[in-house]
Design a protein around this ligand. Structure first.
Ligand code: APR
Length: 226
């Protein structure tokens, strides 16, 4: 069986990381437009860098939970298993997932806007940081896909969706495209489509099957019973 899994902020909630839409539209006390758009970065790079430096530092105080671990174990179970995450944390890889695509980028990486080199962030990222590849000063930004930017790996993800037998969406509200469109593509490809979430998401009616509850309970149970 060929499996594609999509995860969102809900899978990391029980590890202690905030989701985006469960707090009156505020995200760590900021409106999304203040910190997660290219315009915000142009307007106030210090604020945006500080915001992501804090989120990155916060990763040190959290651990993968049972849902991340269940997905790493499930990867061993199937002929083909692709994990696509909208999350920028590193909890899937720390749990042991290998075939993993971060479609919205990664908190632990930086990208040079001049030479496009992507590298690991050592310590904090500052507005005057020097690119390790081209030595450009002040050209590094968090390697995060902001609103209005094109998510990564779309060709690979589309190919996997069109070829999968099972699509499982976990801990995502289904309100941000293109990820929100994945269930439709999987349905059209003839795959079985399943939503695992705390509560019905925006795309509830698109899924053929659903199981509602906390990710640490429902993810292991679902894959354990396959
Ligand atoms: N277990 C399972 N699901 C949970 C849990 C939990 N413990 N806690 C919350 N959820 C669910 C919520 O009910 C909600 O439907 O997780 C979902 C989180 O939704 P969002 O906060 O909208 O996060 P997400 O879908 O990942 O957001 C998508 O939006 O802001 C952008 O780029 C950002 O990647 C992000 C994208």
């Amino acid at each position: 069986m060929k499996v594609v899994v999509l995860t969102g902020a809900g899978i990391s909630a029980e590890s202690g990381l905030s989701t985006f839409r469960d707090n009156d539209g505020l995200w760590e006390n900021h409106r999304v437009e203040e910190v997660a758009t290219p315009e915000a970065f142009d307007r106030n790079p210090e604020l945006v860098q500080r915001f992501y430096n804090m989120r990155r530092a916060n990763l040190k105080s959290v651990e993968p939970n049972a849902a991340h671990v269940a997905l790493a174990q499930a990867e061993q179970q199937f002929e083909s298993f692709l994990l696509v995450t909208q999350n920028v944390d590193d909890l899937h890889e720390r749990a042991g997932s290998k075939n993993l695509l971060h479609m919205h980028g990664e908190l632990l990486k930086q990208r040079c806007v001049q030479c496009h080199d992507v590298s690991e962030i050592i310590g904090e990222l500052s507005v005057n940081a020097i690119c390790p590849n081209c030595d450009g000063v002040g050209s590094l930004r968090p390697d995060i896909v902001w609103f209005g930017e094109m998510p990564y790996f779309m060709d690979d993800i589309m190919a996997a969706l069109m070829d999968c037998d099972l699509f499982v969406s976990i801990g995502t509200s289904g309100s941000v495209y293109p990820a929100a469109g994945f269930v439709q593509i999987a349905n059209q490809s003839g795959a079985r489509t399943v939503e695992l979430n705390l509560e019905p998401g925006d795309l509830q009616s698109e899924f053929q099957q659903a199981q509602y509850g906390k990710a640490t309970a429902v993810v292991g149970e679902f894959f354990g019973n396959l």
